[in-house]
Design a protein around this ligand. Structure first.
Ligand code: URA
Length: 417
């Protein structure tokens, strides 16, 4: 078998066998297939119809290129979650301690953000001292002790995905269902949790632009996970509007803490509680019982206590983090007021994502440095009525930025009529 046999098949829109799939991903990870060749393969794949078995083969071939984590040392059943990324998506920060407080283990390996969908690891690193580069043993020890741990994915886990994803970003081959499903599920299977819950986003700020595409992607990922012996559930969420109030690394941690303290943030509540309920349904709860359990661990403070414990075990200082917020120690901050009377007809989440990168709250390339403090608070969202001068939001921006430009960019993300 060689690369040209494979590209020939792809040129004719044929699906690869398991052996061919092992060859292309294995040889690429081993450095025996050049980036130019792999790019041709990936672009050809973009024009092939989605096939469930091929997506499963790609997933398992990628898993084989790296290490896997053995969670059998943990007592009890473990759950994991993946979101396909969205503006203001801080659900992992809340779900991890909630699930731990419910007695289910939640060892989570996350990535750093690339593009406008921020990474959970970047968010947590805005807490002074918080360590995300942990060994597998440390992840297991912390999870066993407090029920949850959120650490950075190492380069040894699914190296074929890391290399392939970098190429896909460079050549515009990210938004393909087979490639996304295999990329996400290979990492979930390598980590090895028994239950996987997926949050598939759709809308302007998401890879899947329509709900129908999101449903298809969810079904494909579920097929892959179940064939690999996992219990998989899936929720869909609308990314035409940012999730919650804040977008930006430290701002999102702060919002997650407020939520765990009982803060009323309806859309965030809806998404996180659905994810928790999906996990609890695998333990025999119905939706009503699951929601009651979710509410209990928030109301009792048990989930907040788990979050504090996890931060402490990972070296972070949450009190120092919170003090900073109460003293408003930011580089620059602009309140954005409505220029006229009207209604917010729509928010352009993709454009908001681009603004977050401009603010250095997200990265456009992997080497970009971040400003943890910068970001946006949305005080009004789609559907809200405005009077002239009403505060639509607040933007925290890095030193040296021009306030007028900050305001202009923010307002250009809104359609107010
Ligand atoms: N997230 C991933 O991990 N992989 C993709 O392909 C897209 C989003």
């Amino acid at each position: 078998m060689n690369f040209f046999d494979i590209i020939e098949k792809k040129k004719h829109k044929k699906n690869l066998t398991a052996e061919e799939s092992d060859f292309i991903f294995g040889e690429f990870a081993a450095g025996n297939i050049k980036d130019s060749q792999m790019s041709a393969f990936l672009m050809a794949q973009m024009f092939c119809p989605t096939d469930k078995e091929e997506a499963f083969n790609f997933t398992m071939s990628m898993v084989k290129t790296g290490e896997t984590i053995d969670l059998s040392a943990l007592s009890g059943i473990s759950a994991d979650k993946h979101s396909t990324g969205g503006i203001g998506d801080k659900t992992t920060l809340i779900l991890a301690p909630v699930i731990a407080a419910l007695g289910i283990k939640f060892p989570k390996l996350s990535g750093r953000g690339l593009g406008y969908t921020g990474g959970t690891i970047d968010k947590l690193e805005s807490i002074p001292g918080f360590k995300t580069d942990l060994t597998s043993d440390e992840v297991l020890r912390i999870t066993e002790e407090c029920g949850c741990c959120i650490a950075a994915q190492t380069d040894k886990l699914v190296p074929a995905d890391k290399l392939t994803y970098a190429l896909r970003s460079e050549i515009g081959a990210v938004d393909n269902q087979t490639l996304i499903a295999a990329s996400v599920m290979s990492k979930k299977i390598a980590v090895g949790a028994d239950i996987i819950v997926l949050d598939i986003k759709y809308g302007s700020g998401a890879f899947m632009k329509t709900r129908t595409e999101a449903v298809e992607l969810g079904a494909l990922m579920r097929h892959i996970g179940e064939k690999a012996g996992k219990k998989v559930s899936c929720i869909l969420s609308d990314m035409n509007v940012p999730l919650g109030i804040n977008a930006g690394n430290a701002l999102e941690v702060f919002e997650a803490v407020q939520f765990l303290k009982g803060g009323d943030i309806p859309d965030l509540y809806s998404t996180v509680s659905k994810l928790a309920v999906e996990i609890l349904m695998h333990f025999g709860c119905n939706a009503k019982q699951g929601l009651a359990k979710f509410d209990d661990v928030i109301k009792s403070g048990a989930a907040l206590q788990k979050f504090r414990q996890m931060v402490k075990l990972q070296g972070g200082d949450l009190s120092r983090f919170e003090e900073k917020y109460y003293t408003d120690d930011f580089s620059g901050c602009a309140a954005i007021l409505s220029p006229h009377k009207g209604k917010i007809i729509a928010m352009d989440t993709e454009k908001i994502g681009e603004m977050l990168i401009w603010l250095k709250a997200g990265r456009s390339t992997k080497t970009d440095s971040l400003n943890y403090d910068s970001g946006i608070c949305f005080h009004r969202k789609t559907g809200d009525d405005l009077l002239p001068g009403d505060e639509i939001g607040m933007v925290y921006y890095p030193k040296g930025y021009n306030e007028d430009e900050v305001i202009e960019r923010f307002l250009s993300c809104f359609n107010i009529n």
